[in-house]
Design a protein around this ligand. Structure first.
Ligand SMILES: [Zn+2]
Length: 130
């Protein structure tokens, strides 16, 4: 499967605006795939602080919008194996999964980070942590 790499469209930023608190959840796609139109509000940077639903701006993001705090990715390897059956089905259909940006790097040993494939990489100055 890996020998047939799809064209990746990572790097796309999106904003979900909450219909309850008006807060914005800024996301970025780090893999190619499908993201939902509605998302549980994460405007504070944490999931669950607001129970409102936020609506996608369909990638029409102003140039001066805030840095994304969340990222959409395709779970691979151990990340995929840890998913629930429903989530695996979602991913199998091309759906992306959301996670806090940078959180996946925290379980890596000092001097390393995990890339979007879940692989350990040696950290270098060309890969700023924040
Ligand atoms: Zn909200």
């Amino acid at each position: 499967m890996d020998s047939c790499m799809p064209v990746r469209k990572y790097g796309y930023k999106n904003i979900y605006t909450c219909q309850k608190c008006g807060g914005q959840t800024v996301t970025i796609d780090i893999d190619e795939g499908v993201t939902p139109f509605m998302l549980r509000c994460r405007a504070t940077g944490e999931e669950g602080d607001c129970d409102g639903m936020a609506q996608s701006c369909m990638y029409r993001v102003p140039a001066n919008s805030p840095e994304p705090q969340w990222e959409w990715f395709t779970p691979r390897g151990f990340e995929y194996r840890e998913l629930s059956p429903q989530m695996k089905e979602h991913v199998d259909k091309g759906g992306l999964v959301i996670r806090k940006k940078g959180r996946h790097e925290q379980d890596a040993p000092t001097g390393y980070y995990r890339d979007s494939h879940g692989s350990l990489r040696l950290a270098s100055p060309s890969h700023p942590k924040r």
